[in-house]
Design a protein around this ligand. Structure first.
Ligand code: GUN
Length: 293
């Protein structure tokens, strides 16, 4: 059984990226610049954004964090977005999700200049992805593809079951793995809360992508012998033995499935670091105008 080590792979790509940034700057270009908008004080979001900023520092990117209170109005937030759209020094930026309930996510996504949308959430980038064109791929699916590719996971002709149909993970993942290419060429089943028998679907899977946000949802008796399991879940569960009062668990019950699978991502240290890495790869592409002039 192989543990798909997102931390180790992320460190390797970080070194590669650092070298590419050094070369870019030596050639007289400015360093890539990523900005992040963080609204409110959701602890998980704060931790994700901190990781993104740290990664920027490690590879030599410039970073800007824009913090706004949870009671910011939609109009005010769109003004901030407009400012980042107009700032020529900023190559790409993200609006950390989730946003407070009074803000319409869709309006925010549409306000982002798609040429700076390094999250790949804008319909322009999502549409390009669906058409198989070069684009900013959404960070988590991109990170997973990079992990599969670098670990040499064979996807060709495999049956992949995706659990969860979110716009940022499940749906794009199902499109990307069914596309012609490598990784790709899978037969994909996209399951969700209205799927009649998820266990029955999962037992047919050569590859499972779990992205539902329910702690330890997938158990050993739901997984086929030899399957590859990618666990996207990052769930905080109460743990009085921890100083923080919580620990992180995935959507997959790791201990229950580990003896059946051929490869699995741990939580933490699996998909999480790869998501941040993919965001940085997109930011580099934005800075070097690899997708849009
Ligand atoms: N919240 C959870 N995942 C993501 C992500 O990939 N991007 C942003 N902006 N927010 C998130």
């Amino acid at each position: 059984m192989t543990i798909l080590d997102g931390n180790a792979l992320s460190s390797k790509i970080k070194e590669e990226l650092k070298g590419r940034v050094e070369k870019l700057v030596t050639e007289g270009n400015k360093a890539p610049h990523l900005a992040a908008i963080l609204v409110g004080d959701n602890p998980a979001s704060q931790s994700y954004v901190t990781n993104k900023i740290k990664f920027c520092e490690a590879v030599g990117f410039t970073s800007t964090l824009v913090r706004k209170p949870a009671n910011i109005s939609e109009e005010e937030l769109i003004d901030v977005i407009q400012m980042l759209n107009d700032d020529d020094d900023i190559d790409g930026y993200i609006v950390q999700l989730p946003l407070p309930g009074h803000i319409n996510d869709e309006k925010i996504t549409l306000a982002i200049d798609y040429r700076k949308d390094v999250d790949g959430f804008h319909p322009m980038n999502f549409g390009r992805m669906a058409e198989g064109m070069t684009t900013f791929l959404p960070a988590t699916p991109y990170g997973i593809l990079e992990m599969m590719s670098r670990y040499g996971i064979d996807t060709d002709g495999k049956h992949c079951v995706v659990v969860g149909r979110s716009n940022i993970v499940g749906t794009p993942m199902s499109i990307l793995l069914s596309r012609k290419g490598n990784p790709g060429n899978c037969t994909v089943t996209l399951t969700h809360s209205r799927t009649r028998d998820i266990k029955e679907e999962l037992l047919r899977a050569d590859i499972i992508i779990a992205a539902i946000g329910i702690p330890n949802f997938i158990k050993g008796d739901m997984v086929k012998e030899g399957a590859v399991v990618i666990d996207v879940g990052i769930n905080r569960v109460t743990d009085d033995n921890k100083k923080s009062g919580y620990r992180l668990v995935g959507d997959v019950d790791f201990d229950d499935v580990k003896d059946k699978v051929s490869a699995i991502t741990p939580v933490p240290g699996g998909v999480g670091p790869m998501t941040v890495t993919a965001l940085m790869l997109n930011t580099f592409k934005a800075a070097t105008k690899e997708i849009y002039r």
